[in-house]
Design a protein around this ligand. Structure first.
Ligand SMILES: *[C@@H]1O[C@H](CO)[C@@H](O)[C@H](O)[C@H]1NC(C)=O
Ligand SMILES: *[C@@H]1O[C@H](CO)[C@@H](O)[C@H](O)[C@H]1NC(C)=O
Ligand SMILES: *[C@@H]1O[C@H](CO)[C@@H](O)[C@H](O)[C@H]1NC(C)=O
Ligand SMILES: *[C@@H]1O[C@H](CO)[C@@H](O)[C@H](O)[C@H]1NC(C)=O
Ligand SMILES: *[C@@H]1O[C@H](CO)[C@@H](O)[C@H](O)[C@H]1NC(C)=O
Ligand SMILES: *[C@@H]1O[C@H](CO)[C@@H](O)[C@H](O)[C@H]1NC(C)=O
Ligand SMILES: *[C@@H]1O[C@H](CO)[C@@H](O)[C@H](O)[C@H]1NC(C)=O
Length: 227
């Protein structure tokens, strides 16, 4: 996602922003305008198809799974569907399951007949594909304007970029079990503000790939809040 800061007056609002870094150099915040979806025009299937049956089976096993990270496939080539989900590490199991239930529903509803789809909810991300993507840095991107007023976009962007870089490193190398990290950063932009940020990359990525996910092809689930 690309961050495009619009130079306007500062508003001191509490924001919940979601970050998704799926392509090199394209990372950015989105207001919690969820669900966000990405359903690239990269293949589709009929509603009454083996692919759809496999997809239904996969999303149903996603909803039954109690863990916060899931990776599985359903069916056989050429109708094989690969699916992955992750919940933010800090959320309780029950929140994760509620999120996945909502995400599965939204994925089927908002990306109908698509063989590739990603959906972001408040505390989880779901992804399906006809191509195997487990453990790999993969493509997919979405551009988003930051709708908030920023008095000094260059400075704010720098703070965000620096924090993202640090978080990607921390998630990769300091939290091998979860690939999850948080950071608070004080900065001045007309007034004193604090950036609260968190990042999480898919558990199946290597530490190196997780770190690179900030500036390279991968996925990083990130939320920031400015107060
Ligand atoms: C999905 O595929 C079915 C045919 O199986 C078609 O009737 C329907 O219009 C398609 N929906 C979309 C949104 O493309
Ligand atoms: C949450 O789910 C995981 C995986 O199933 C399990 O290991 C853990 O004990 C659960 N935590 C709680 C608090 O129930
Ligand atoms: C949940 O998913 C994880 C990871 O894919 C897997 O190891 C585990 O066996 C699954 N649990 C259930 C109950 O399906
Ligand atoms: C689209 O599908 C092709 C193979 O069919 C794959 O190589 C490519 O990565 C996909 N693109 C996206 C954006 O997923
Ligand atoms: C940003 O500032 C403009 C002009 O000062 C104002 O019209 C707009 O409502 C503000 N937007 C937000 C989200 O505060
Ligand atoms: C933040 O990083 C992105 C990608 O690395 C870059 O395009 C952008 O110019 C940077 N923004 C600032 C303010 O440094
Ligand atoms: C921000 O805080 C510093 C001390 O932490 C203070 O010196 C400075 O005046 C404050 N700036 C504003 C605009 O309040």
């Amino acid at each position: 996602m690309i961050t495009l800061f619009r130079p306007r007056a500062v508003s001191r609002t509490i924001l919940l922003l979601l970050f998704h870094c799926l392509l090199p150099g394209f990372c950015g915040p989105v207001l919690a305008d969820i669900p966000e979806t990405l359903c690239p025009d990269n293949g589709s299937h009929a509603t009454n198809s083996a692919y759809q049956d496999n997809l239904n089976e996969l999303t149903s096993s996603m909803q039954k799974n109690a863990s916060k990270f899931f990776e599985d496939s359903s069916g056989n080539y050429p109708n094989k569907v690969y699916g992955q989900y992750m919940c933010l590490d800090y959320v309780p199991n029950s929140t994760c399951q509620t999120c996945i239930a909502k995400g599965s529903e939204d994925l089927l509803k908002l990306c109908p007949n698509k063989t590739e789809a990603v959906v972001w909810e408040g505390s989880c991300q779901l992804r399906i594909s006809g191509q195997e993507f487990f453990g790999r840095l993969t493509e997919g991107n979405k551009n988003q304007f930051n709708p908030e007023n920023i008095s000094d976009p260059g400075k704010f962007g720098l703070v965000v970029n620096e924090t993202l870089g640090f978080l990607a490193w921390k998630a990769a190398f300091e939290s091998p079990g979860t690939h999850y990290a948080t950071k608070e950063k004080d900065f001045e932009l007309g007034t004193n503000m604090t950036l609260y940020a968190l990042a999480q990359c898919a558990k199946d990525l290597t530490a190196d790939d997780c770190r690179k996910s900030k500036s390279s092809k991968s996925e990083l689930l990130l939320a920031i809040r400015v107060i």
